[in-house]
Design a binder for this molecule. Structure first.
Ligand code: DCP
Ligand code: MG
Length: 372
């Protein structure tokens, strides 16, 4: 007799072992390493003050003055005039990043880099404990690059990522499956990657600050407050549920973002606002990944679920949010928005630079550039 077929196991019940690594003040740490005179001083990597440049990152000494990534360099100068400003050197950061990636590969082929200084590793099934792997990787990174990183070990990407941020710099935080519930419960909702300042404000206005504060709520109640998409997502995340797999390195051909509206949009103005936000998001990701593209595609899904895309290629490669938005607005004219209700819009930038200035400057091939 054949045994009865068991139900398929729900993915969230399959214990995974995920490690998230994040280098400490990455660009600044590389600069300090290579110029010991900078050690112990407030160091700012990015544009120079008096220009329109921004802070890419800064040393922990500079952070004490309230300086942070994306702040204008002029503002940073005001906060700390004695800070030392250093320009970016991507060739070096990329080289360190691939050195680190080689160390990861000693332990698992399942690696998902998020940027030059951050990656998820799936070490499920490895003969060593995940904690032991995290310790060894951290020690090897330090020995081979003289840089420190922070790591988080958890049962999924969400927990691993939050954990890696808990003991920065040079820290290791392990959250076992048995500790996950308590860990998430005590966590500020704002610490969930994806909960921004706006959502945080809404939640705290209702008196919800920690994850466990929203556990007693029915999903429907949360939906009424936040809309279906956000509610479903937060309901799961606040409980430490995250089934996203660790996606191995692949060559990225385009970068996109989209938004589904909780209610269909009829008017042009709010739609353009949403597209503006999406373009800023795509632009920020392109900048972080050092990519520029020259094809912009606008995706529109109407209320009857009919989906269309409109594309435009230009001569100039760009990752500028305003330029992308302007192209998206041109494409908008080739759609029926304003006449038909819209349930989703998306913006995609592709046709990346394949040997233009950036690659020439750094000596990195286009393929390497496009690896995320
Ligand atoms: N970066 C950037 N612009 C931003 C954010 C980051 O250019 N707005 C760059 C500089 C950082 C690197 O990406 O060194 C990694 O980003 P992180 O957010 O991990 O920041 P750091 O590694 O600098 O600091 P931390 O120690 O907080 O991880
Ligand atoms: Mg970092």
């Amino acid at each position: 007799m054949t045994p009865p077929k068991s139900d398929p196991i729900h993915p969230s019940l399959v214990a995974r072992k995920i490690i998230h690594f994040d280098m400490d003040c990455f660009y600044a740490a590389v600069e300090v390493r290579d110029n010991p005179e900078l050690r112990g001083k407030p160091v700012i990597v990015g544009g120079k003050p008096g220009t329109r440049g921004v802070v890419a990152t800064c040393s922990y000494e500079a952070r004490k003055f309230g300086i942070h990534s994306a702040m204008s360099s002029s503002q940073a100068y005001k906060r700390c005039p004695e800070a030392i400003f250093v320009g970016t050197n991507f060739e070096k950061y990329r080289a360190v990043s691939s050195q680190i990636r080689e160390i990861f590969k000693r332990y698992t082929p399942i690696i998902e880099p998020l940027s030059l200084d951050e990656a998820y590793l799936d070490v499920t099934g490895h003969e060593l404990y995940a904690t032991e792997i995290a310790k060894r990787v951290r020690a090897e990174i330090f020995k081979e690059t003289a840089l420190t990183c922070s790591a988080g070990v958890g049962a999924n990407k969400l927990i691993a990522k939050i954990a890696s941020d808990m003991n920065k710099p040079d820290g290791l935080t392990v959250v076992t499956p048995a500790q996950s519930e308590r860990f998430m419960g005590a966590l500020a909702l704002r610490k969930i990657p994806g909960v921004g300042a706006v959502t945080e404000k809404k939640l705290s206005a209702w008196g919800f600050n920690r994850c466990s504060d929203i556990w007693p709520l029915e999903l429907a109640e949360l939906e009424r407050q936040l809309g279906r998409r956000m509610a479903t997502w937060l309901y799961a995340r606040s409980r430490g549920i995250d089934e996203r797999p660790v996606k191995t390195e692949r060559i990225r051909k385009s970068l996109s973002a989209e938004r589904t509206f909780s209610e269909d949009i009829h008017r042009l103005a709010p739609l353009k606002e949403a597209i503006h936000v999406i373009c800023q998001k795509v632009s920020a990701s392109l900048i972080k990944k050092q990519l520029k593209g020259r094809t912009v595609t606008l995706k529109v899904k109407y209320d009857d679920f009919q989906q269309i895309t409109r594309s435009l290629s230009v001569g100039q490669y760009t990752n500028d949010g305003v330029a992308i938005y302007e192209l998206a607005c041109q494409l908008l004219q080739k759609t029926e928005v304003g006449e038909r209700a819209v349930r989703l819009v998306g913006v995609c930038v592709g046709s990346f630079e394949s040997g233009g200035d950036a690659a020439g400057e750094t000596g990195v091939t286009a393929i390497q550039q496009q690896l995320i």
